[in-house]
Design a protein around this ligand. Structure first.
Ligand SMILES: [Zn+2]
Length: 319
């Protein structure tokens, strides 16, 4: 982790094929090059999202978190009304998150500390909100970093962006990392609630890995980084043992990549300031329900033959 050597540093997702895009001159890399923009919200729903995000200074926080990255150009992080479309993407030099995407997250949040969801028992409303929001912003920022810093990718950009986002969450601190990873995993709740899936073949043609694979990848990198902190993933049967065996190696690959190609572009003093800060608010007071994932070894029988229905294109195929 970058916390480990503090010389290194940070974060996440994008759509421009880096190797094919015109390279950006790296002659004048500077930190503090994140610009933010709260775009106009056109509907009452989007205006409500905008108001909440402004009250929480959401973009300002991301601006600070990504301030250590020394970039050759200014990178804008903007929120936008997408006329009813829920999406997010990176297109040089801008990361765009639709208000509709945030509203999607908000309306599917768990009830506070009530173990109603059979998959994600005890994940708080607040953590599911922050975790998913952080995950999508960090994923798109990963695409941006790959592009602006000319990071070569030996594999799929979408998986790499997920790895970048996961790495960023892990590096923000022990307690916060757990809350962020579990919160981010909540993104996939609809896809992992049944032990069987039936999908059209074409679902696997997407540039993104299937949501179920992205879910396991997220857990695996978290577990690989800290098997003690995330031991429940395996103990409860959610991360299969045969996959868990390789997670340390998978995490090390991401860690190595970060230190080789991202860390040299970090401002160490700013990185330390970001890492030393607490980013998540405290957990909500209330009955403490242990956070866990559904025990896949004891699935309710009624789920056994149900299939998760995908829409086409692939349900979670956002940029
Ligand atoms: Zn992406």
């Amino acid at each position: 982790m970058w916390r480990g050597i503090l010389m290194t540093a940070f974060l996440v997702t994008g759509t421009v094929p880096t190797a094919l895009a015109d390279p950006v001159s790296a002659t004048d890399e500077q930190p503090n090059r994140i610009r933010i923009e709260y775009g106009e919200a056109k509907t009452p729903e989007n205006r409500a999202v905008l108001k909440i995000l402004q009250e929480h200074r959401a973009l300002e926080r991301f601006q600070e978190i990504f301030s250590p990255f020394r970039l050759p150009v200014e990178l804008t992080l903007r929120l936008k009304d997408c006329d009813g479309v829920s999406n997010s993407w990176y297109e040089r030099p801008t990361v765009t998150i639709c208000y509709e995407y945030i509203e999607d997250i908000r309306k599917n949040l768990p009830a506070n500390n009530k173990p109603e969801d059979p998959v994600f028992v005890g994940i708080s409303y607040r953590d599911a909100m922050f975790g998913q929001f952080f995950y999508v912003v960090a994923h798109e920022m990963g695409h941006a970093m790959f592009d602006l810093l000319d990071v070569p990718l030996f594999g799929r950009a979408e998986d790499a962006a997920d790895g970048f986002a996961t790495y960023m969450m892990l590096d923000l601190g022990k307690d916060e990392a757990q809350r962020l990873i579990l919160g981010a995993a909540y993104s996939y709740r609809e896809y992992v609630k049944n032990p069987r899936v039936c999908v059209p073949l074409i679902a696997f043609a997407d540039a993104h890995s299937a949501p179920m694979q992205r879910f396991y990848n997220l857990l695996c990198i978290g577990y690989g980084a800290n098997p003690t902190l995330f031991s429940d993933f395996v103990k409860k049967g959610f991360l299969p043992e045969n996959r868990a065996d390789s997670c340390r190696t998978e995490y090390n690959e991401v860690n190595f990549a970060f230190h080789q190609v991202i860390a040299p572009h970090l401002d160490p003093k700013l990185a330390k300031l970001v890492l030393d800060k607490t980013w998540l608010p405290p957990q909500e007071p209330g009955p403490s329900t242990p956070v866990s994932l559904r025990d896949t070894r004891h699935s309710p029988g009624e789920y056994f033959n149900m299939c998760v229905n995908f829409s086409l294109p692939l349900g979670n195929a956002r940029d």
